[in-house]
Design a protein around this ligand. Structure first.
Ligand code: IPE
Ligand code: IPE
Ligand code: MG
Length: 248
């Protein structure tokens, strides 16, 4: 699939990716540890990021580490955190060159201190970049995000600054980590798994879903183009009939 096949007038504003299959990739290549898969996943992320920026995608949000991933063997968790620190400093150039702002969502306070610091450094250095926003979901759980939104709304009601009747979708969304972003238009999951794994449950209410068997380290720019062309062939009806869409 080439970039020319893409309709430049129908680029999704927000693409979300569940980057899955690093461990299986390492195993299939005969590596002794799953870590090699994560290492090679960094390059796939760089390719997907620059491809999205070139196409004019405004938001790319990637699932890098779930809350549930903390229960993996300590060695793997440590390696992932080390890799994150390294990638953040190595990729700063790419982010600056492409005018990309970095953000992170999740329970960031659970990250090891050096990761947390490094992450905030890169967020700070890139904060005025305007071409695209890359958001890392780190120590992320959508259910936790929703509960924390509910708690902060409840506190406002308790304090008398918000009436219960005023709670609507807009108010609720404004309490999520993703409050400053539009909802994803397209969600991609690699590695042949057909599940959401606690990712952006509220936000993907009307996202188009694209699943591919490719393992994340093998995911190329062409695979991204394929996902976008697939998305462009969908009819997004938002509850209406196909006929209604043709009239408007
Ligand atoms: C995705 O790959 C990366 C993370 C979850 C951190 P996996 O590590 O889940 O790889 P598989 O799914 O076991 O192959
Ligand atoms: C989802 O992948 C989380 C990330 C990609 C970071 P997992 O590999 O953890 O998901 P499950 O456990 O297979 O659902
Ligand atoms: Mg996995």
């Amino acid at each position: 699939m080439h970039a020319e096949a893409i309709d430049k007038d129908k680029i999704p504003a927000h693409v979300a990716i569940i980057m899955d299959g690093n461990g299986r990739w390492a195993k299939s290549k005969g590596f002794m540890t799953r870590i090699k898969g994560h290492e090679n996943g960094v390059e796939a992320l760089r390719n997907a990021t620059t491809a999205c920026a070139e196409l004019g995608v405004k938001y790319l949000t990637v699932y890098a580490f779930s809350t549930e991933n903390w229960s993996r063997p300590k060695m793997e968790v440590n390696a992932l955190m080390r890799l994150l620190v390294g990638a953040l400093s190595n990729e700063l150039d790419t982010l600056m060159k492409n005018n990309i702002r970095l953000q992170a969502i999740g329970e960031l306070a659970s990250l090891p201190n050096d990761c947390f610091r490094q992450l905030h450094d890169v967020i700070d250095v890139t904060k005025n970049n305007t071409h695209m926003t890359l958001t890392l979901a780190l120590s992320y759980s959508s259910k936790t995000e929703i509960i924390s939104a509910v708690k902060s709304i409840a506190k406002e009601v308790e304090a008398g600054t918000l009436s219960a009747d005023a709670i609507d979708e807009k108010v609720f969304a404004s309490h999520l980590y993703t409050k400053d972003m539009p909802d994803p238009d397209l969600l991609i999951r690699t590695s042949g798994e057909y599940r959401i794994s606690n990712y952006l449950l509220w936000q993907i209410a009307y996202a188009e879903l694209h699943f591919t068997n490719k393992l994340w380290p093998d995911f190329t720019k062409e695979d991204l183009y394929l996902a976008i062309v697939d998305y462009q062939h969908r009819e997004r009806r938002f509850g209406k009939t196909g006929e209604q869409l043709k009239v408007n």
